[in-house]
Design a protein around this ligand. Structure first.
Ligand SMILES: O=C(O)CCC(=O)C(=O)O
Ligand SMILES: [Fe+2]
Length: 356
């Protein structure tokens, strides 16, 4: 839990700044802008991306489809509930409270419709939890609208991955090559109303994959920078927000850190289109030179598919129940906790000490 972190637009008299980076410029003259990318990921761990190549009409049409879906009645949405299958796909309502876990979530004040890479031949295999078939609501034009956005945001993630690979001192294609049928996920998120009390501790977390691309309809996303300060990510019309995920931290042995973040909507009815860019199921992620943190040995060797499957199973009650009753037979031992918990816990405590 992130205790007592308050977001203000100014702290100690200095304006907080989330860098704005231009993806088109990075594609045409990457060497000129590599330093600014490196500085962004090392300081705030978060930046806004402009000229990202997603046509505004593709974004708007996907948003309209998401609004249409989330605006329907509960009986309609429940037809597509994630809990109806073992796949990490479909609708998860707001106010979902996982029970019996060590989850830090106090309340889930958002609903989502989750979809992602769907392997044609995943049926029945362990891969099908993360890469199973998508669930498409019976709404005219919905699938096309969302698939168009998915393709566009994925292309943007590939271009972003080329810059982040270079920042890590690796071949530009390093991440893309390891993510050809990646465990990637698009969540159409809806925050119906600001349910938070400023006194509540925020629901801080880091994302699990390489990195995340977020489009937000209104402000609400807050990140904790490596400067120990809280940054409100301002609304930047048309921009995508990029934050770093756990697997980039593992890849660099802690030289990069996954971005601690949380959402406290400023206005009711906030939507976000949140795309998590992840590796192929059979990739094993471990620290890779040359850019390494001071203690790369603290990072476990992570088989991506097993690790991400275990996190989903630990999170969702219906998957835990399926493991208990034998309808889901995992070919690996479910770890008692996220194996990255220790490194992240240390960081949270260090941040707290820095504040004292
Ligand atoms: O809605 C957002 O801006 C971010 C959502 C998020 O952090 C998540 O789904 O992991
Ligand atoms: Fe997140």
């Amino acid at each position: 839990m992130l205790p007592h972190v308050r977001c203000t637009n100014r702290q100690r008299g200095r304006a907080l700044e989330i860098p704005v980076l231009d993806l088109q410029k990075a594609q045409t003259s990457w060497a000129d802008v590599l330093d600014s990318w490196e500085s962004a990921v090392l300081t705030t761990g978060c930046f806004q991306l402009v000229n990202h190549g997603i046509p505004p009409e593709v974004l708007e049409t996907c948003l309209a489809a998401a609004r249409d879906f989330h605006g329907r009645d509960s009986a309609f949405k429940q037809r597509y509930a994630m809990s109806r299958s073992l796949n990490n796909r479909g609708y998860v309502p707001a106010d979902f409270r996982p029970t019996g876990t060590e989850s830090r979530r106090v309340v889930r004040d958002y609903a989502s419709l989750d979809l992602g890479t769907a392997l044609a031949d995943a049926g029945g295999s362990i891969e099908s939890i993360l890469l199973g078939p998508n669930v498409w609501p019976d709404i005219s034009g919905f699938r096309q609208a969302v698939e168009s956005y998915y393709q566009a945001v994925h292309a943007c993630a590939l271009a972003t991955s080329r810059m982040l690979s270079r920042v890590c001192g690796l071949d530009a294609d390093h991440l893309a090559k390891r993510s050809e049928q990646g465990i990637s996920l698009l969540r159409l998120l809806h925050y119906p109303s600001p349910a938070w009390d400023p006194a509540d501790p925020p629901n801080g977390h880091t994302d699990y994959e390489w990195f995340t691309l977020i489009w937000q309809s209104s402000a609400g996303l807050e990140v904790l920078g490596r400067d120990g300060r809280v940054h409100l990510v301002p609304e930047e019309p048309g921009a995508l927000v990029v934050i770093l995920g756990d697997l980039l931290e593992v890849l660099t042995g802690g030289w990069l850190e996954s971005t601690l973040h949380w959402v406290r909507p400023r206005q009711p009815d906030r939507h976000s289109l949140t795309y998590f860019f992840g590796p192929d199921f059979h990739e094993v992620v471990a620290p890779v030179a040359p850019r390494l943190g001071p203690q790369p040995e603290r990072y476990p060797l992570l088989p991506a598919g097993e690790h991400l499957t275990a996190l989903r199973v630990r999170h969702f009650a219906h998957l835990r129940a399926a493991v208990r009753d034998g309808s889901l037979d995992l070919p690996f031992e479910l770890p008692a906790a996220n194996p990255l918990k220790a490194v992240k816990q240390d960081r949270l405590e260090a941040v707290e000490r820095g504040r004292a």
